[in-house]
Design a protein around this ligand. Structure first.
Ligand code: 5HY
Length: 243
């Protein structure tokens, strides 16, 4: 099976890291294609960035459908464009926030999210309600690390995230940590060893979930709101997205 992992920001080093993390857990026979859109923001740290990243995500879904991709992972913790992507896709589309929260909810009765900027915490909070995970989410904590700080080798990002995880576990009385950024996917194993609680990365959780659904023949429903988009004219820069 082919799983296309879409990093909605355009930072190739982060896409390469996300791809490497995904390949570490992918089953034999699963081909991982990790991509960034050809256009969009270098990082997503708020509503504006997220809104403008969605067209790039949809462009990658469209080319994936033409290439016979079996499933997709949207590798940004805001799960940008998730429902619109499901309209276009025949196979399952999983968001990393959705996957991480659901995985956490079967491992503990209360988890904490540790993410990047404080200003993007509200996006995660909205998702906990959208996904019915609010009753499991005991707190969302911003480290005020910029997303691209996670790409700086030699930075103190790991220590900042570790300290924030420790504080979250104590303050929230939670039993697990959900990583609130795809750029943190490579920190999980080490954090889990140090914290001795489950530390859940959405990239790996989404890969295993997608693999499982493809393996049992499940596809996105084309009945109702996730049916293929209605063909119509789009103008200007979006003209090529129309019929
Ligand atoms: C992410 N931004 O996973 C989110 C994290 C965040 O560019 N990749 C990004 O801060 O919302």
């Amino acid at each position: 099976m082919i799983i296309k992992v879409i990093n909605p920001n355009t930072t190739q080093s982060m896409t390469d890291k996300i791809g490497a993390t995904a390949r570490l857990v992918a089953a034999a026979g699963t081909e991982i294609i990790a991509v960034s859109p050809r256009f969009g923001p270098v990082s997503i740290e708020g509503h504006y960035d997220e809104a403008l990243s969605v067209v790039g995500v949809l462009d990658e879904i469209r080319s994936g459908e033409a290439a016979g991709v079996d499933a997709y992972v949207i590798a940004c913790f805001g799960d940008p464009g998730l429902l619109a992507a499901r309209e276009l896709a025949s196979g399952p589309v999983i968001g990393i926030a959705e996957a991480a929260m659901h995985a956490a909810s079967v491992l503990t009765t209360g988890f904490s999210v540790v993410t990047t900027l404080v200003r993007s915490c509200i996006i995660a909070e909205h998702l906990t309600h959208n996904y019915g995970m609010a009753k499991f989410c005991r707190g969302i904590h911003g480290t005020d690390l910029a997303v691209l700080d996670l790409e700086e080798s030699g930075s103190d990002a790991y220590q900042v995230v570790l300290n924030s995880c420790r504080q979250a576990l104590a303050t929230d009385r939670s039993g697990a940590i959900v990583m609130g950024c795809a750029g943190m996917s490579d920190l999980c194993v080490r954090l889990q060893d140090e914290l001795e609680v489950p530390v859940i990365d959405g990239v790996t959780a989404a890969i295993k979930w997608a693999e499982g659904m493809v393996a049992i023949g499940l596809k996105t429903s084309k009945k109702g709101d996730l049916a293929l988009p209605i063909g119509k004219l789009f103008s200007g820069d979006l003209a090529r997205f129309g019929k």
